[in-house]
Design a protein around this ligand. Structure first.
Ligand code: NAD
Ligand code: ZN
Length: 360
């Protein structure tokens, strides 16, 4: 099918082992903007890792905010961070997110909210942001979500779990240093890594698939197979492959769309606060009727890496919970349209969605 997309890409990408050491030099030309200080939002996993903290290129007047990724980023967190900094210090020259999808989304969202008035709740959706944000830079320390390349910053709000999505959301700069992801615990490494596997599968198994998306997806899948089926995690190439696979999986999505797994995952996230990447794994594990051999391959990777995908969850869910999740998922028509075509309502109703949840 013809699909015309005209997306903005990340302006600058610095890749390579040790590239984190270049961050100071990279930020230097940006420092004189606005009120002349940088804000670093850093995953609090690193708070007491002194060797790491010392490498953050903090200069006089800069601020480091250590933030927990335990809860996925909320609109409230973004509004409070913005209000606090604007009130005390004024407008930063830029903001740098160091961490996983959570910290990168916080940096992307805060960048926009520094210049757009009111609460971030009113901007959850596509192209609702009115002005460009401040300079923003992303440094992933865990790979898979593709948040480093995507045009969205996913936020949980009082009503919706939805991104601030527009061209200005995209990072001005990313620094991809494979050394930074070495310390991720195995289960989390696998769950987040599978996000890019699932992005790549969903991007090419729906009505919006196209050659552009397929090219990125195929390379990402090939690298995932190396990382999760053939290599040992200690293999020097493993972290490099995963970091690039995440980037490519993110781009495959940019030119296509996610499908059934992500729709179900959003229900798990919104209603039960199950994190995005593990929620995807819980859902994908039960979607053999939709994703066939890919689910078999996924199960092979689970077994190979001896990770645990939670099972038997549905027995503790009330009908009310299942209905609430089905409602969230049903209300993502762009995902169903991609998965089943424009007549998706002929093959999908809330009952079918509930059936998938009952298998989990
Ligand atoms: P995360 O930021 O949620 O972090 C997951 C865990 O890994 C945390 O406990 C964190 O402390 C830990 N961690 C991170 N780096 C580490 C390191 N180097 N060593 C040890 N521990 C480390 O991770 P994620 O899975 O990358 O991100 C999930 C978030 O991303 C969700 O909020 C989801 O909504 C969002 N997301 C965004 C997009 C997008 O396009 N913007 C896409 C998918 C998911
Ligand atoms: Zn995802």
């Amino acid at each position: 099918m013809n699909l015309f997309r005209n997306f903005k890409s990340v302006t600058k990408t610095c890749y390579g082992r040790g590239s984190f050491g270049k961050l100071g030099e990279i930020l230097e030309p940006q420092r004189s903007a606005n009120d002349g200080f940088m804000v670093f939002v850093v995953d609090d996993y690193f708070e007491h890792k002194d060797d790491f903290v010392k490498r953050i290129p903090e200069m006089e007047g800069d601020e480091i905010h250590f933030i927990s990724a335990l809860k996925e980023p909320t609109t409230e967190l973004i509004d409070n961070l913005r209000d606090d900094i604007l009130k005390r210090r004024g407008l930063p020259a830029g903001i740098v997110g160091i961490g996983g999808g959570s910290m990168m989304d916080i940096a992307k969202a805060a960048s926009l909210m520094f210049t757009n008035e009111g609460s971030s709740v009113q901007y959850q959706g596509l192209n609702l942001i009115k002005k460009p944000g401040i300079y923003h830079c992303g440094v992933p320390t865990i790979s898979g979500t593709g948040a480093e390349v995507s045009m969205t910053a996913v936020l949980t709000g009082p009503v919706k779990k939805l991104g601030l999505k527009c061209d200005w959301t995209v990072f001005d700069q990313i620094v991809l240093d494979p050394d930074l992801i070495a310390s991720v615990p195995t289960d989390q490494w696998f769950y987040t890594g599978m996000d890019t596997y699932i992005h790549s599968v969903e991007a090419i198994t729906g009505t919006k698939k196209n050659t552009f998306a397929e090219a990125y997806s195929e390379k990402s899948l090939e690298m995932c197979r190396e990382v999760f089926m053939r290599m040992d995690r200690k293999d020097v190439k493993s972290d490099e492959f995963l970091m690039v696979a995440s980037y490519m999986g993110g781009l495959s999505l940019t030119y296509s769309e996610v499908g059934v797994c992500h729709a179900l995952s959003y229900g798990l996230g919104k209603v039960l606060e199950i994190h995005h990447c593990i929620a995807n794994c819980i859902a994908f594990d039960k979607l053999e009727d939709v994703y066939g051999d890919y689910v078999q391959e996924f199960k092979g990777m689970v077994a190979h890496n001896k990770v645990h995908i939670p099972q038997g969850l549905a027995k503790d869910w009330s009908e009310e919970t299942i209905s609430a999740m089905a409602e969230v998922a049903y209300n993502l028509p762009h995902m169903w349209d991609h998965a089943f075509g424009p007549d998706w309502q002929k093959v999908l109703d809330r009952e079918r969605i509930k059936g998938w949840y009952r298998r989990m």
